[in-house]
Design a protein around this ligand. Structure first.
Ligand code: NAD
Length: 359
């Protein structure tokens, strides 16, 4: 079977790194990639050629591969160019748009959506959402620091004492926890909010303060995900977020509820009263944002507060993000491909969850 890698149209990342070559060969796969697919991740065509990948045009990759991979979904007209029965692996986020499944069923291909891999210990090595979120959390802090006109650690100098930067994290999931760890390493004083009871211990183990809002809906049956909170809870939380935001210098907002619009936690009133020079990085921007002023994929300044709306910050770490994404894909392919043949065995829970459309 032939595996094909497409160049991303709007990302710097590439879905398979040259380092995957040995494992792909070991699975009995031949690999081809679109010209220049890895350029923006620092992997030039020569690195792929040296590792046994064939370099081809986009059309050849689309029409002659048995397994095709792209991070972002491609257009319908391009999906129509694929071989009948091909396996297409991408990220369709069907939990955000339930029309996706009906739409895909019209194509005679098998579709795996990597964002549907279960968040279980067994599937951890294939969890692209965690890999990308972790990098995004790290980059969010660096980006905030870049826009902030001050430094993170407390510093005592002959010219005076500089107080540490105060960082507030909204949502202590994968991205939020990495943001906490990064801000702590840089010397900031960090506090975090989350609705999940389990998050408290994780936040505290990283040396940050957990800010508790009483009355959260019990999430024990939600498989580790957050659940929708009541209007009353969210109003109480917004008031507490406002109180803490006015004392903060940097806010990293990551709060999301799978399949729903992100909760609004930072109101216009909060921003209007924050210290000028403060910076908000809203990683929940693509699902509506945690901040009232957030514009997805845009950086704006309101009353002196910089608001960066970006849910794809892992793309700014394109080399490491591509390597981790590639490792996740290889780990998934290893449960699917045996002796060069793909077997989408739905008795395997991971395959069953991720296979969102069948040929
Ligand atoms: P996510 O991106 O869906 O949400 C980010 C965080 O926002 C979550 O921690 C969520 O609880 C929080 N949140 C939601 N509403 C909020 C509100 N009103 N205020 C404050 N915070 C709010 O989450 P994620 O990072 O993808 O992680 C989801 C869960 O999956 C976590 O529990 C994580 O530990 C778990 N997980 C498990 C595994 C594994 O076991 N292999 C892997 C990855 C993630």
């Amino acid at each position: 079977m032939v595996l094909g890698i497409l160049k991303e149209q709007n990302f710097n990342r590439v879905s398979i790194a040259p380092s995957a070559s040995k494992k792909l060969t070991g699975m009995g796969l031949k690999s081809q990639m679109e010209t220049g697919a890895g350029n923006n991740a620092g992997f030039g065509d020569h690195l792929y050629s040296e590792n046994g990948f064939d370099i081809q045009s986009r059309d050849v990759v689309l029409s002659s591969s048995d397994i095709i991979i792209s991070i972002a979904p491609i257009s319908d007209s391009e999906m129509n160019k694929m071989k009948k029965g091909a396996l297409y692996i991408s990220m369709f986020a069907p939990y955000q748009n339930n029309e996706v499944l009906a739409h895909l069923s019209a194509f005679p291909i098998n579709v795996v959506s990597m964002d549907m891999i279960p968040r279980t210990t067994l599937a951890q090595s294939m969890d692209v959402l965690s890999s990308m979120a972790s990098l995004a959390g790290y980059k969010a802090v660096l980006k905030a620091g870049d826009h902030y006109n001050n430094m993170f650690p407390m510093m005592m100098t002959a010219a005076g004492t500089i107080p540490p930067t105060k960082v507030m994290i909204l949502g202590a999931g994968v991205a939020g926890l990495q943001a906490i760890a990064t801000a702590k390493r840089l010397g900031a004083v960090v506090e975090a909010f989350d609705t999940r009871a389990a998050a408290k211990e994780e936040v505290m183990s990283l040396g940050a303060t957990f800010v508790e809002v009483e009355g959260a809906v019990d999430d024990r049956g939600a498989g580790g995900y957050a659940v929708q909170q009541s209007d009353e809870y969210l109003a109480k939380q917004r008031a507490l977020v406002q109180e803490r935001a006015l004392k903060s210098n940097i806010v990293i907002a990551t709060a999301q509820v799978r399949g729903r619009k992100a909760p609004l936690l930072i109101t216009q009133e909060t921003i209007d009263n924050m210290k000028p020079g403060s910076v908000i990085v809203d990683l929940a921007a693509s699902t509506g944002g945690n901040c009232a002023y957030t514009e997805n994929n845009n950086t704006i300044v309101k009353k002196g507060v910089t608001i960066i709306g970006n849910s794809d910050l892992s793309d700014e770490l394109s080399s490491v993000a591509s390597t981790l994404f590639s490792n996740n894909i290889i780990n998934f392919l290893q449960i699917v491909v045996k002796d060069g043949v793909a077997n989408l065995n739905e008795e395997n829970e991971i395959i069953k969850s991720a296979l969102i459309s069948k040929a």
